[in-house]
Design a protein around this ligand. Structure first.
Ligand code: PMP
Length: 287
């Protein structure tokens, strides 16, 4: 018997079911899901599961991909087609397919809807002997050093920045220090001419551009320090800028509406950008 999945309006052979590679769920973890248990062909707690789905969607400002009544129908139809008596129904909704950018798409996008089912034995079969647990420190999600596709927090930060007319978000930790940008590393030039960026640990992504800039700063004999800097210090800084493979070295002229320095790209940032562009043009072109 073919097992079906439901993908954006169609019941398709599970083995061949696929979503677009630019789906924001796949690219950025910009989506939500629910799992509903099935026992003796009955949905368990369907209503609170769909209520929670509604809440999750609203929190992320993703529209329902189909009406709730339609979703209830699709769940049942998929169960029927898969002759599901005991198991699970997975419901996944993402913001949909759009040109890659952390911030939400600016043109309307249809949310993507995927349903799959899984057969399983009755739950009580596993419960008999009891199970073991292993304790783990709850680090969700303190591993910003991993360049993971789980970018939802970065997506939300970038979107908030864009909605406030800013290009990038600077993320501030509990101590009031700037860790990094939503998709860039953060730098300042202090009033005594020190080039400062936060040290690397699990709190930030060790940017490749950041690393290259360190050696460029070295060759320019700039005073370079890796340490935390506060948002207040950044606002008082002579210059600020961001680095990434996408933005190279980009001067920051405003933080939370407050002007940095004289409000224009500073000499250090401009010089480092020039050096970086020079560095980028070394070597043999592939195309
Ligand atoms: N921090 C984060 C969170 C990023 O997503 C990026 C972009 N990859 C960076 C920093 C900058 O890293 P890189 O210089 O390697 O592009």
């Amino acid at each position: 018997m073919a097992r079906y999945a439901y993908v954006n309006g169609r019941y398709v052979d599970h083995r061949l079911a696929s979503v677009h590679i630019e789906d924001r769920g796949y690219q950025l973890a910009d989506g939500v899901y629910e799992v509903v248990g099935i026992r003796d062909g009955r949905l368990i707690d369907e209503e609170p599961h769909l209520d929670r789905l509604d809440r999750s969607l609203r929190e992320l400002r993703i529209d329902w991909p189909v009406g709730r009544k339609t979703l209830e129908f699709v769940i049942r139809e998929l169960m029927r087609r898969n002759r599901l008596r005991d198991g699970l129904v997975y419901i996944q909704v993402t913001r949909g397919v759009a040109r890659r950018d952390h911030a939400f798409p600016t043109t309307p996008v249809k949310p993507a809807l995927v349903l799959t089912t899984k057969n399983s034995k009755r739950a009580e079969a596993d419960a008999g002997a009891g199970v073991a647990v292993k304790s783990q420190r709850d680090i969700r999600w303190e591993r910003c050093d991993i360049k993971t596709v789980a970018l939802l927090p970065n997506v939300l930060a970038k979107q908030a920045a864009r909605e406030n007319g800013a290009y990038e978000a600077w993320l501030v930790d509990d101590a009031g220090c700037v860790t990094e940008g939503a998709s860039t590393n953060a730098w300042i030039v202090t009033t005594n001419g020190e080039l400062v960026t936060r040290h690397t640990d699990n709190g930030i992504l060790a940017g490749i551009t950041r690393h290259t800039l360190k050696s460029l700063a070295d060759s320019l004999q700039l005073k370079f320090v890796e340490r935390p800097f506060s948002l207040a210090e950044a606002k008082q800084a002579r210059e600020a800028f961001i680095t990434s493979a996408t933005s190279f070295v980009t001067p920051v002229v405003k933080i939370d509406g407050e002007t940095v320095g004289d409000g224009r790209p500073g000499p250090t940032a401009r010089r480092l950008r020039e050096e970086y562009v020079r560095f980028a043009s070394v070597g043999e072109a592939v195309t």
